[in-house]
Design a protein around this ligand. Structure first.
Ligand code: ATP
Length: 242
């Protein structure tokens, strides 16, 4: 469904952050992109969703294929219309809007307004907490509730591919488990393909089918979740098992 072929990304025309990165996200799968702080994971997601330009970043080499169409260079809203929706790190929600208004805003690219209304109920089934809080102003929600809202809003766009940037960040372990279970259910029940960026390799590999490990702008290892979990280096450096 998505393929990044040898992409290079530069910030400010001089800082080379991605140094020939290739990865594939097959339809229907959850793929995890793992790696430490500063490896270039967020930059990879922004390259896909067209958000680098706003940060003086640029894809300077390689290409990004989505269903055999090269989407590199497209405007971010066009990329959303192609079916790719990014949930940003730090759960950016519209703080002054209510929960329900935030969710409705997620459907902005959709033409089938009736379908969007049904999907509001679907989001409330996945996140009953959001239904309870639907009239609450989003800025007053807890971190976990805002993360749920950010994912719920993405679901309202009915993307084929959802890009998730560190959904576990800053959340208590029980809440992380709950949110990751919901991500898995969305993938299974709605068929939404997911590219998941995480520093928390344990939780990511508990739901991913396949994973890539990134260091300093390059992929250094890849494999099925099973293969990665059994790898000694992964256990030592990313899973904290040895
Ligand atoms: P984190 O988990 O901290 O978000 P990451 O793996 O997602 O880490 P990136 O945020 O993609 O890493 O950052 C990769 C490198 O690019 C870092 O060295 C960072 O300082 C640099 N970088 C990120 N954004 C910019 C920017 N707008 N301008 C210049 N350099 C940037």
């Amino acid at each position: 469904m998505l393929a990044l072929n040898n992409i290079e990304v530069m910030y400010d025309k001089i800082i080379l952050v991605l140094k020939g990165l290739s990865l594939k996200v097959p339809q229907g799968q959850i793929v995890a992109l793992l790696g430490s702080n500063g490896a270039g994971k967020t930059t990879t997601l922004k390259a896909i969703s067209g958000l680098l330009a706003g940060e003086d970043g640029e894809v300077t080499d390689g290409n990004i294929q989505f269903h055999d169409k090269d989407i590199h260079g497209m405007e971010p809203d066009k990329i959303v219309r192609e079916g790719i929706f990014q949930v940003m790190e730090g759960r950016r929600v519209f703080e002054h809007l209510t929960v329900e208004e935030n969710l409705i805003a997620g459907a902005f690219t959709r033409k089938d307004k009736g379908g969007a209304k049904n999907d509001l109920q679907l989001v409330y089934e996945y996140f009953p907490k959001l239904k309870q809080l639907k009239s609450r102003v989003a800025g007053y929600l807890s971190g976990g509730e805002q993360q749920m809202l950010a994912i719920g809003r993405a679901l309202m766009a009915r993307p084929q591919l959802m890009l998730l940037d560190e959904p576990s960040l800053g959340l208590a372990p029980l809440l992380v488990r709950e949110i990751f279970d919901i991500i898995r259910r969305i993938n299974e029940n709605e068929g939404t393909t997911i590219l998941l960026v995480e520093q928390n390799a344990n939780i990511a590999l508990s739901i991913a089918h396949y994973g890539y490990i990134m260091e300093s702008g390059r992929i250094v290892m890849e494999g099925t979740e099973d293969k990665l979990k059994k790898n000694e280096d992964v256990q030592e450096f990313y899973l904290g098992l040895t």
